[in-house]
Design a protein around this ligand. Structure first.
Ligand code: AMP
Length: 617
């Protein structure tokens, strides 16, 4: 799980008790001075280190079975931040209330723990092998889906470890451990026949010892009387560091002879190597559902479909065989056009279709130009096609090509979930705040890519964010977009056109200057639309009224269900002077941290939106 305290300025990560005391000394030793650090003993737990009467106190904070956090004997809280907030109002058994956070010195990041680096490597290997991704596609998948992949990895990882021998008898375990060298600490984990219980078998002094692994009602694993863990691989990795009641540490994995692939035992802490059997996705993926879940044949719960599971995560041309045929102009006889209309614009309509490639057929959306349109519209559509042709990112609708036949047609990847504003308005009661944060984070990744490529979108709005499914958004409609010159940071429009003024930054309206920074302003308005479940921005105001509203220093209010952190980001996007406005690198970073922090909270716990709601008058 992402670290729920990662965003707190007084969180130091995995530091020793003595180091914590050093920081508190440097912080001045005032009563109530406190900091938070990671607890090595209990995974997912923390330690609150504080000062009172010139003495140090250290309180372990346990992550409880239901995902809440509590100091032993104290009240439960939905996150470490909420816990600290609570103890700043009431000592409730602590030596004194928390008064002053001892923040990390500038430039100091939380110290990653042993499990953090291991987890990161496992996620990377899992994504690489399961979806066969490399390069940018791999990096983007990791950034956008880390919380979901971490959950998958954590619960199934042991099955892919060389030390995991599945369902073998005690005798067979001994046979395997006694074969070959028998160094102290050689071990394996096996499943016992009875109700998914496990046992750990370990060599010490040329003798094999067997330990039962308890699996309690809440799903935690431990050796009898030992520390409890959410997953078996965490238990094993912990026992490599600490015997925790075993006769000896776990050291060398006894590799399972039946496990396919090159079996290399994972080494601590950072060089995890996964067997190639990870290449098969662990879940049974069914056909794509618009809501982003796979149908579940046994009814045991729905499995979340990730962007990488869909056919539109990577470009259809990522296959080198298909790339050979990549051209801007497509052959008409490779294109089948359905009568179904997906939508309409002033140029014509968008139809559903299928495009036949060398090895596969793909679903496409086809923008068909009305035949009576004059040449300028045709030119505009070609410009849009040329821009889109240069872009390749999982969070941007890709263009497959252009087809000139009965009319001019722009063939694009299909995003069948429709525009974000309409989707949210129709599903208001079903969509959680964290789902909206996840989608807006994906939009920020697409925009960061555009910024990096020196393109300005100029029409970013919720209506132009299309959904592949409930958990996968893509930016579309590049009709107004421009590629900037290598030395230019903005595009200057000669004349004002039919512009979406409510989404435009002051410099666009006043000076016709468009840059990635003005796209950031539009991103803020898009965020507002998303967190308002598709409402229209600035209510009934007309464009010119909006301009004077902004000029007076006013901004739209926080939408009712919107977390305070997300409203604060919108406000930053609406910084009047473009020089002071954040760019997409910073915007993506901010929303990513927030997204990870809420993804780390229990799924059925309080929705972060509730806090903002509760804080409203
Ligand atoms: P546009 O003029 O590009 O905004 O497209 C008009 C409408 O057509 C959109 O609001 C969508 O409902 C639909 N549409 C456009 N592009 C796609 C696409 N790639 N996949 C699915 N629907 C699309």
């Amino acid at each position: 799980m992402p670290d729920a305290a990662a965003h707190l300025p007084f969180y130091y990560g995995s530091i020793a008790r003595s180091e914590a005391e050093e920081h508190l000394k440097l912080g001045g030793m005032a009563d109530g001075l406190f900091l938070l650090r990671q607890c090595l003993r209990s995974l997912g737990g923390y330690v609150l280190s504080m000062v009172c009467d010139l003495q140090f106190y250290h309180y372990p904070i346990e992550r409880q079975l239901n995902g809440t956090y509590a100091i032993l004997g104290g009240k439960a809280h939905c996150g470490p931040e909420e816990l600290c907030e609570f103890y700043s109002k009431d000592a409730d058994g602590l030596c004194c209330p928390l008064r002053k956070p001892c923040n990390r010195p500038s430039g100091v990041e939380p110290q990653p723990g042993v499990f953090d680096s291991m987890r990161d490597n496992m996620v990377r290997e899992y994504v690489r092998q399961t979806w066969k991704l490399e390069g940018d596609a791999l990096e983007q998948a990791i950034i956008s889906q880390a919380p979901q992949v971490e959950k998958l990895v954590a619960t199934t990882a042991h099955e892919r470890m060389p030390w995991y021998h599945g369902n073998i008898s005690r005798e067979e375990a001994e046979r395997r451990l006694y074969s070959g060298a028998q160094p102290d600490g050689k071990f394996l984990l096996r499943e016992k026949k009875e109700n998914r219980a496990y046992a750990l078998s370990l060599v010490y002094g040329k003798t094999v010892y067997h330990y039962r692994v308890d699996h309690d009602k809440s799903g935690k694993y431990s050796i009898p009387e030992g520390t409890k863990f959410d997953t078996l691989w965490q238990l094993v990795e912990y026992l490599k560091l600490k015997p925790d009641g075993l006769i000896f540490y776990l050291r060398e994995a006894c590799p399972n002879p039946n496990m396919p692939g090159e079996l290399r035992p994972p080494t601590m802490p950072a060089q995890i190597s996964l067997p190639s059997s990870w290449a098969q996705p662990l879940r049974n993926l069914g056909p794509l559902n618009a809501d982003g879940y796979t149908p579940d044949p046994v009814g045991a719960g729905k499995s979340r479909l990730l962007p990488m599971d869909t056919s539109v995560y990577e470009s259809p041309y990522s296959d080198p065989e298909e790339l050979k045929d990549k051209k801007l102009f497509l052959k008409r006889d490779h294109l089948m056009i359905d009568e179904v209309e997906l939508g309409a614009g002033n140029f014509g309509c968008v139809k559903k279709g299928v495009y036949k490639m060398r090895k596969k057929q793909i679903d496409v959306a086809i923008k068909v130009l009305k035949s009576n349109n004059e040449k300028t519209v045709k030119d505009e559509m070609m410009k849009e096609a040329q821009i889109m042709h240069q872009l390749d990112n999982p969070y941007i609708v890709r263009m497959i090509g252009v087809c000139e036949a009965e009319s001019l047609m722009l063939v694009m990847e299909m995003a069948s979930g429709g525009p974000l504003n309409r989707f949210l308005a129709s599903k208001k009661d079903e969509i959680t705040t964290s789902n909206i944060v996840e989608l807006m984070h994906q939009v920020s990744m697409g925009m960061k890519y555009l910024e990096e490529k020196n393109f300005v979108h100029r029409d970013l709005a919720a209506r132009n964010v299309l959904l592949v499914n409930q958990h996968y958004a893509k930016i579309s409609d590049f009709g107004l977009s421009k590629a900037l010159g290598a030395d230019d940071s903005y595009y200057k429009a000669r004349t004002a056109g039919k512009w979406p003024l409510k989404w435009y930054a002051p410099e666009c309206i006043l000076f016709h200057k468009f840059s990635s920074k003005s796209d950031v302003w539009s991103y803020g308005v898009t965020m507002w639309e998303a967190f308002s479940f598709g409402q229209k921005p600035y209510k009934k105001m007309k464009g010119p009224e909006v301009i004077s509203f902004i000029e007076q220093g006013k901004r739209m209010d926080c939408p009712q269900e919107c977390p305070a952190e997300m409203y604060s980001l919108m406000q930053q996007c609406w910084t009047y002077r473009w020089e002071e406005r954040p760019g997409f690198v910073a915007v993506e970073n901010t929303i990513r941290s927030y997204y990870y922090s809420i993804a780390a909270k229990p799924e059925n716990g309080p929705d972060p939106g509730d806090r903002a709601k509760a804080a409203l008058p």
